[in-house]
Design a protein around this ligand. Structure first.
Ligand code: NAG
Ligand code: NAG
Ligand code: NAG
Ligand code: NAG
Ligand code: NAG
Length: 495
């Protein structure tokens, strides 16, 4: 035996090298230690500082299917010049530290990304959604994107074509981005298999049901989808794992073991929730997909206003007219490109374009204008989305996921989804509380009618910042007066 091998055998004998990692996670005691250790470490990492102030870098932790795309295109792209966007957000190559001065990062990467960022100078924001709706939406989107490939005669040709398109356009496609890079190929393969089976069976034998979520001749039924191991890997409890930094896509090697332990031993989930809740607490902003309009308004007022003032201040001291090689709007050119809900553009793939949404915008951008621009932007994004969905689902008609179909999904299926997503259900409830508190705070400061008006005045943010300050100054003045008065009186008494 050569020395390294002998050493390994020795280690095995004394039990230092686990013979099989998966059997280890079966052991509750072991898992308990691993998860606790991770949780304690994560707690210590949290920055304890004023969370209400926007720091240098804004990290938009985009949980898939929560509507984050509209915030990216309709708010953040209008606020930040592309020169300040961190390169390769959403990219399979992940965060690129070559541009250390970037100020905006929007990605499906999980919280473990923070290990690559300047933690004390980073503000995190996110949006959460009702977990059952999020699962529905993930299923529908997986099927929708996969169905686009059905233009091809067979799976081989579809896969080849997709690969060729990606290598020639260099644009980042849905297939490059987690979680779609797993979900779409999986569904694509499934759709082709079902189509082939239909051909062989002949039209007479196709069963006809009217429940879009259960048409097994055309697409994988929802129930089968959610019970599949891939869904366990990347969909269920996805929001919690993403906020905890424990997704299947995590940067930290130990996180995979922690996740497996938590999936195996449900009772350990409480440690993950503890960490995830603390992180939500420390975020600059937490939005809710369900409260869409109000969440957006709050985002504009809480985050948008600070970005405007921050960039304005920075502009006066620093030249940010740098490489504007990116373009501000999603393009729909390719079959599967830039169409995932968080549209992505590769900087290199875009020709240099004169910037209409760069520093020109931020020079006289106000929260009022921002909201106006948002409304227009979101309606065009929505139209575009609906158009693509219709044209894609046409290929697996009669599957079309109409709004009326969801309430008809049997309770057992919903129950299944809930039981797979217990952590997410609890985290979502928690997020609703945070949202309510946030909302109350801001409403107390500014009554509803004046929300947008206050901020659309020219020096909006100065007011926002100065408001508590003014009150404090007044209080201090009153206090001083009282004090001086009191002293004068006591002096009088003495003399
Ligand atoms: C798939 O389709 C392509 C293009 O029509 C064809 O050349 C190829 O032979 C097909 N492959 C299979 C396995 O049927
Ligand atoms: C993530 O999930 C996919 C799909 O189930 C799987 O193929 C892949 O190996 C997983 N990656 C990790 C690191 O667990
Ligand atoms: C930012 O700087 C440019 C030139 O350096 C200037 O034209 C522009 O007005 C400035 N914007 C603000 C908001 O100060
Ligand atoms: C910003 O202000 C300048 C001069 O005040 C004006 O010419 C320009 O049209 C304004 N831009 C926007 C987007 O409102
Ligand atoms: C499916 O058919 C049933 C009975 O015909 C009907 O009550 C129901 O509304 C239909 N559902 C959908 C989604 O069309």
């Amino acid at each position: 035996m050569d020395p390294p091998l002998r050493f390994l055998v020795l280690l095995l004998l004394i039990g230092l090298v686990p013979p099989d990692a998966s059997s280890i996670t079966e052991d509750f005691g072991y898992c308990d230690r691993v998860v606790r250790k991770w949780a304690d470490y994560s707690f210590d990492q949290e920055v304890r500082e004023d969370k209400h102030t926007l720091r240098d870098l804004l990290f938009f932790l985009h949980v898939p299917r929560t509507g984050g795309r509209t915030y990216f295109y309709c708010f953040l792209k209008k606020l930040y010049p592309s020169s300040l966007e961190c390169p390769r957000s959403y990219d399979k190559l992940r965060f690129d530290p070559r541009k250390p001065k970037c100020r905006l990062l929007v990605t499906h990467d999980d919280y473990s990304m923070m290990s690559k960022l300047p933690r004390e100078r980073t503000s995190v924001v996110t949006i959460l959604r009702d977990p059952v709706d999020r699962v529905f939406s993930t299923y529908e989107f997986s099927v929708e994107v996969a169905a686009r490939f059905l233009v091809h005669p067979n799976l081989t040709s579809a896969t080849q074509m997709a690969g060729r398109l990606r290598s020639t356009t260099k644009a980042v496609s849905t297939l490059d981005i987690w979680p779609w890079k797993y979900l779409v190929p999986w569904m694509r393969e499934d759709l082709f298999a079902r189509r082939d089976a239909r051909y062989h069976r002949g039209p007479i034998n196709i069963r006809s049901s009217n429940d879009s979520y259960n048409m097994e001749d055309f697409a994988m039924p929802l129930l089968e989808y959610i019970n599949h191991p891939v869904s366990e890997d990347i969909i269920h409890n996805g929001a919690t794992f993403q906020v905890a930094g424990l997704t299947n896509n995590s940067y930290l090697t130990e996180s995979h073991e922690v996740r497996h332990c938590v999936q195996k031993h449900k009772s350990l989930g409480k440690h993950v929730l503890r960490v995830a809740k603390k992180r939500l607490d420390d975020m600059l902003y937490v939005g809710l997909t369900e409260e869409h309009r109000e969440s957006a308004t709050m985002f504009a007022n809480v985050v948008g206003a600070q970005v405007i003032s921050q960039l304005r201040a920075q502009n006066s001291t620093m030249d940010i007219v740098a490489d504007h090689t990116d373009q501000g709007s999603p393009s729909n050119s390719e079959l599967d490109n830039n169409d995932h809900q968080s549209g992505t553009l590769d900087t290199k793939a875009k020709k240099s374009a004169p910037i209409e949404n760069g520093e020109a915008t931020e020079a006289n951008m106000t929260v009022g204008k921002l909201m106006g621009a948002y409304e227009a932007c979101i309606s065009s994004l929505r139209k575009d989305q609906a158009r693509r969905r219709t044209s894609s689902l046409k290929r697996i008609s009669p599957v079309n996921f109409p709004r009326e179909a969801r309430p008809q999904v049997p309770e057992v299926v919903l129950q299944r989804i809930r039981s797979h997503n217990e952590l997410d259900l609890e985290l979502y409830e928690y997020a609703r509380d945070i949202y309510a508190t946030q909302h109350k705070t801001i409403m107390k400061k500014f009554p509803k009618e004046s929300w947008e008006n206050i901020f659309s005045s020219r020096n909006d943010f100065t007011f926002w910042k100065a408001f508590p300050l003014t009150i404090t100054v007044i209080f201090v003045l009153i206090f001083c007066l009282l004090f001086v008065n009191a002293r004068r009186r006591t002096l009088k008494v003495k003399t």
